[in-house]
Structure formats: structure tokens, C-alpha cells
Ligand binder design. Sequence first.
Ligand code: ZN
Ligand code: ZN
Length: 211
Amino acid sequence: MAGLRGLCYPGIKDPDPKGFSLMKLLVERLSTTPTALAFDADASWWEAVGGDRDAAEPQLQGEVHFTLSAQKLAEELYIEGEARAEFECTCSRCLVRYRHALREPFRIVLEPAAERVPSEAEGADALARYGLWLGDELDAGWFRGTEIDLTGFLQEVMVLAFPVQPLCRADCRGLCPQCGTDRNTQSCDCEQVRSDSPFAVLRGVVTERGD
Ligand SMILES: [Zn+2]
Ligand SMILES: [Zn+2]
């Protein structure tokens, strides 16, 4: 299962036969001139990172496209790029299935770890295994060795980019909580003011006054 194809840069090693560690950067190939890279990862990669656990989860349509530019200035590495993908997912308000276009830029600055070791075990493990450790903000960290495996970072980018509550459109009106009518397409006679709205209280006051 090779989740990656279309390698266009000799600094990227061949896809790992296991299909997990696919995106490796060779440090000695980088220079002050930005190097452009592109990867396409298919559905098997998305599944491998736990993207499609069941049918209700967002389903990748086609491939995930990663483009990035990497350069080495003095001792530091600058990597910036973008992830693009289309998913079919369920609107959290009206439950309709829709196509969600995801476009997520990222940028990281890495300095050599040298003799430093991240204080938490997970970070130390990542630095040893992937040659890469990033802080909580995922925008800066350390690298070690000649090879940096970006797979985990790019997985993280994708997972964080995905909205917790996907919406088919920003102004989706959702389903009526009482009768279930899709308020995007039909209206119903149920109470229009939601009880948790601050205006519901106000409305109660107005009604008591006899308006
Ligand atoms: Zn919706
Ligand atoms: Zn209703």
C-alpha cells in the first residue's frame, strides 16, 4: 500500500512500503535557494492516519495535495506550504452530506536540536524517530540528523485543519429542533426563537408587558 505518488524531488525518499512514513526531507539537499516540493497522498494514506473510521466521518475525495517550499538559512530550516483536499462530510446543523474544500497553509522553522532533548517523553521519541520535534503551536521546533520525516506533522496539519463542526455553508439554518424540518429549504410553524437565545428572555419580558 503506497499512499504517495508523484514524487518530484530527489530529496524525498521512496515511499515506505508500509505506507506510513512517506514524506522525508533530506537536510543536505536543502540550500538558501527554496526547493519546491509536491506530494499527493491518496485515500490509503488518509485511512492510515485514521481519517475514515466509519462512513459518517469525512471521506476524502480524490487525493490530498501537499505543496511546500523548504530552505536552509544558516543552521535553520524554513518550511512552508499548503495542504489541499476535498472531503465529503456531514453538516453539523442540517445533516446534509456536502463537499468540504479544505485549504490549510502551514509554516515551520526548525533549528538543530544539537544536544538538546525535549523534556516530555513523546517529544524526545519523535525527535529520535522522525528527526523532528515541534512545540505546541506546531510552528517551530528542532530537527536532528540528516533526514526529517514530515509525515506525522502533515497528518497533524490535516487533522487540526478539519472543522470540529462542519457546516455546509456559513449561514446554514439547520434543522428545526422540534419537527426536524430542514430550515434551509422549508419553513415550519414551530417556535422560531430558540430557548437558549438571549432574545428568548427579552421576548418573554415583552410578552408579559402585553406587546
Ligand atoms: Zn447545513
Ligand atoms: Zn419545526
